[in-house]
Write a protein that binds this ligand. Structure first.
Ligand SMILES: NC(=O)CCC(=O)C(=O)O
Length: 303
């Protein structure tokens, strides 16, 4: 067995919350029985995806859903990336992913940082920010020698987030996601390949299965992209689990062959926000090394 066998559980999600969670746990058990030691669930796996549902389906984290995920991670002796669920805390709602170790401990939670607010006239309008608040913290964890970073769906459009994770030493980025029938065919795979190629690492995205009767129809196509930018494993839109092995030596090979991380021209890249004008002369400030809640130098979360 490979050191890291990943399973992306593209599960059907319905309107019964407990049924959704039980289904997720059964599919996780099935993936573990087939040799996966890292299993990931999709975005919003215990609730239909839609702003009108988030309040009703929300719960604290930790809470009833994540307690069941913790149990299944322990029972199966696996790392579990618990997709995302609508989280409630102090009257606010978040789109939250929690991660569990093989001992059943919740080792971190990540709140979607970039909320899905788009308006493509005649096609799709979705405004998560009408109901949700964004998170401000990154989340990484280690499985053996593999360092893993978490984002949620729309976060994948933001190259900076993936680059920060890469600079923090991540080898694999996992995005529980739920693209739709407009942006899915156009951008889902392209964005994963772009993030993988920019950063020369693995990128996985895991979607719910497509339900044509839902108010929001997910694109499906859960996928793992390799550090060369190629599709390593994928599926179509029905319920299924995608299995793939993560081989860290491929990352080293690509980075040696095409050494872009050593060839950056940080001496000439300047962003408008990084130019300060003093005494009438423009001055290039240092490249930003910190992001809110996460210190890249020490690789630690900061309050
Ligand atoms: N759930 C999401 O964040 C959807 C993102 C999406 O569909 C996109 O096009 O971006």
């Amino acid at each position: 067995m490979a050191a890291l066998r990943l399973a992306l559980v593209q599960m059907a999600v319905g309107s019964n919350k407990l049924e959704n969670v039980k289904r997720a746990c059964n599919l996780v058990k099935d993936a573990a029985a087939k040799g996966a030691n890292l299993v990931a669930l999709p975005e919003c796996f215990n609730s239909p995806y839609g702003t009108k549902y988030f309040q009703e389906y929300s719960e604290p984290v930790p809470g009833p859903t994540t307690n069941l995920l913790a149990e299944v991670a322990k029972e199966c002796n696996i790392y579990l990336v618990g997709g995302s669920i609508p989280e409630s805390e102090n009257g606010s709602l978040y789109n939250t992913c929690s991660v569990f170790s093989p001992s059943g401990e919740m080792i971190g939670k990540y709140r979607k940082m970039h909320l899905f607010d788009i308006d493509v006239p005649g096609k799709i309008r979705f405004q998560e920010s009408e109901v949700l608040k964004p998170g401000n913290r990154l989340l990484t964890f280690n499985l053996g020698r593999c360092k893993i970073g978490i984002g949620i769906c729309y976060d994948i459009r933001f190259a900076e987030l993936a680059q920060i994770y890469s600079e923090a030493g991540c080898h694999l980025l996992i995005y529980p996601g739920a693209f739709n029938m407009t942006t899915g065919p156009a951008h889902w795979e392209l964005l994963q390949r772009a993030r993988a190629l920019d950063n020369q690492l693995y990128v996985a995205a895991v979607s719910p299965a497509r339900d044509e009767s839902a108010t929001y129809i997910a694109w499906g196509h859960s996928t793992l992209i390799g550090p060369w930018g190629e599709v390593e494993a994928t599926t179509e839109h029905k319920e299924s689990t995608v299995f793939a092995d993560i081989d860290l030596s491929k990352i080293n090979e690509v980075r040696q062959n095409v050494p872009i991380s050593k060839q950056r021209r940080l001496d000439v890249y300047t962003r408008p926000s990084q130019v300060c004008v003093a005494n009438g002369k423009s001055d290039q400030s240092q490249r930003t090394k910190e992001c809110s809640g996460y210190d890249i130098e020490t690789n630690k979360h900061v309050d």
